[in-house]
Write a protein that binds this ligand. Structure first.
Ligand code: A2P
Length: 272
């Protein structure tokens, strides 16, 4: 498993399981169990996904020590707007059934985020969170929140796939010392990325699927990648990406697929 060192020295596994739209209950418990069984040591959830209890249950049922698993959750927009960061954090911890999270993120840049960040800094200093960061921040949002920071953000988690390669935003985040995490790295549920002919052609050379090629491409460009699946076979397949290396030509062919297509919500235009 590859790791990335965050700007506060904390190591994060470069591949994690995403659980957006994974239903609370058996679906999430199983996805987490299967992932941990397959070798994942990084789970990415959010309060708004509504599955934190099941994520915690899967982690406990796995029998793997808590400190061996890197766990991320996110502070939801309504709690940011209402100035309820600390209460929301406590609720997430209690639902997850743990006494700390590895990474806590501002889920979207909404009004009140500066105050939320200050509260997250306090929780970080109290040792309740190992790293704090952002999600869905575009350059203007970064500029706005940066002014308030006394603890720099460790990451920006953004939508990123071969159809939305995000090169300028990645460069900006790196310049600011932040690592980048990719959500919907497979083009999202119901997207067309996985039937892309270039990904299929490149995959055939290495005996790998389009999903594996898309994941490996992110690993090689240094991005932390969070593929989602509820199927055991796919969960396994998505971590079976450490036994091949894409050539520079193949990397470039995948870079060239960029069409700046957002599958999910665009941080510049969202209404939730
Ligand atoms: P499922 O959960 O039914 O396996 P993203 O991570 O970009 O949000 O996209 C995840 C989508 O891709 C989900 O709909 C997921 O469906 C599907 N998926 C995940 N892994 C694979 C895979 N290896 N092959 C095909 N589809 C996959």
């Amino acid at each position: 498993m590859f790791e990335v060192k965050l700007n506060n020295g904390v190591a994060i596994p470069q591949l994690g399981l995403g659980v957006f739209q994974t239903r609370d209950g058996a679906e999430t418990v199983n996805a987490v169990l299967w992932a941990l069984e397959a070798g994942y040591r990084h789970i990415d959830t959010a309060m708004i996904y509504g599955n934190e209890k099941s994520v915690g249950q899967g982690m406990r049922e796995s029998g793997i020590a808590r400190e061996e698993i890197f766990l991320t959750t996110k502070l939801w927009n309504d709690d940011i707007r209402a100035g309820r960061a600390r209460e929301a954090f406590e609720k997430s911890l209690s639902d997850l059934g743990t006494d700390y999270v590895d990474l806590y993120l501002i889920h979207w840049p909404v009004e009140g985020m500066e105050r939320a960040w200050r509260e997250m800094e306090a929780l970080y200093r109290e040792g309740r969170i190992r790293a704090i960061g952002l999600s869905n921040f575009h350059p203007g949002h970064l500029a706005q929140i940066e002014k308030e920071m006394t603890v720099p953000a460790t990451v920006n988690q953004i939508e990123c796939s071969p159809y939305l390669t995000q090169e300028p935003l990645i460069a900006l985040c790196r310049q600011k010392g932040m690592a980048v995490e990719a959500w919907s790295p497979l083009g999202g549920t119901g997207g067309s990325l996985l039937s892309d002919e270039t990904l299929a052609r490149v995959g055939r050379k290495y005996g790998k699927s389009p999903a594996q090629v898309a994941i490996r491409w992110q690993l090689q460009r240094g991005v932390i990648v969070l593929p989602k699946s509820t199927h055991r076979e796919r969960i396994r397949q998505n971590i079976d990406v450490f036994d091949f290396e894409l050539s520079p030509e193949d990397m470039a062919a995948i870079d060239a697929l960029n069409c700046n297509r957002h599958f999910g919500s665009n941080p510049d235009h969202f209404d939730f």
